[in-house]
Design a protein around this ligand. Structure first.
Ligand code: KIV
Length: 303
């Protein structure tokens, strides 16, 4: 099914940053999911997702790492390019890995360009705090569309227990100011992770930028969820704000067990899964090479 015949008259052929701005203005919620490979990208685009984020959460979910810190630019660019191939029409968001701007920020422009030029991204998400305002301003001045990731920033904060941001009013005021400052610095979009709902609502109301919530309540311009969490796939520890919409692990496990059973009981493959020689060629083969002994032949024939 292509996006065209998805049956949504408002859905354009290619979703861009401009489309997201338009969605904000018209209060149409923006949908975003993480995606890490070609096949999932095809499925998610065909299902109608607006944006796909190739999050550095792939470090844990795809590569089996303990955290996101060691994932490299090369890995991010390779997987982001694969997602773009599967989903040419979505707004594609690349996620700047920790190694892309640490220990120093010097290579960040080059790394942003890699996301844009090699992987075909529309936006680049960067986990930021106030110390990154100049960096974002410089990137914006060089034409890099940055999604500023504020609130809980997992690359530099490891204490999950202290994850929720802006429970206190002075923290809330600080975040409201920081969000404003990133907008003035030239950010193209904002993502708020684990910010209280009311503060996320205020950031969204005060900003002309599309604001995406990750566990920051319903009042933002859009929502992002980790694909593994909405499908209950192994590897993710779903936070309280996540919701499982499907039990993909169960489906996969059932299908795999059936395949294993059929192979072990010689129920698969059947004739329809085989390539055959033309009879005259088989005759020539029989004449030129010894036929299988009947006892061996029986193994290959038995079901
Ligand atoms: O890496 C990631 O998956 C993220 C989230 C915002 C979902 O950054």
């Amino acid at each position: 099914m292509s996006r065209k015949n998805y049956g949504d008259a408002l859905m354009p052929e290619k979703i861009t940053l401009e489309t997201l701005r338009h969605y904000k203005q018209s209060r149409r919620p923006i949908t975003m999911l993480t995606c890490y490979d070609y096949a999932a990208a095809v499925l998610l685009q065909n299902a109608g997702a607006d944006c796909l984020l190739v999050g550095d959460s792939l470090a844990q979910l795809v590569l089996g790492h303990e955290n996101t810190l060691s994932v490299t630019m090369d890995t991010m660019v390779t997987l982001t390019a694969a997602v773009r191939k599967g989903a040419p029409d979505v707004c594609l968001v690349g996620d700047m890995p920790y190694t892309g701007y640490h220990p120093d920020q010097e290579p960040i422009y080059r790394n942003c360009r890699r996301f844009l030029d090699e992987a075909g991204c529309d936006l680049i998400k960067i986990e930021v705090n106030r110390s990154h305002l100049d960096m974002v301003a410089q990137l914006a001045a060089q034409g890099i569309p940055v999604m500023a990731h504020l609130g809980y920033t997992p690359q530099t904060e490891f204490q999950l227990a202290k994850k929720i941001r802006t429970r206190l009013s002075d923290q809330a005021l600080q975040l409201l100011q920081t969000a404003k400052d990133f907008e003035s610095a030239g950010a193209a979009a904002l993502l708020l992770e684990c910010v209280t709902d009311i503060v996320a609502q205020r950031v969204t109301a005060q900003s002309t930028l599309p604001v995406i919530s990750c566990g920051s309540g319903p009042y933002c311009d859009g929502q992002v969820m980790v694909l593994h969490e909405i499908l209950a796939l192994p590897g993710s520890v779903a936070p309280r704000f996540a919701k499982a919409y499907g039990q993909a692990a169960e489906h996969i496990s059932t299908a795999v067990k059936e395949y294993l059973y059929e192979v072990r009981h010689r129920l698969f493959p059947t004739d329809q899964h085989c390539y055959h020689m033309p009879p005259e060629e088989k005759e020539k083969l029989d004449a030129a090479s010894p036929r299988l002994r009947p006892d061996i032949f029986a193994i290959y024939q038995s079901k």
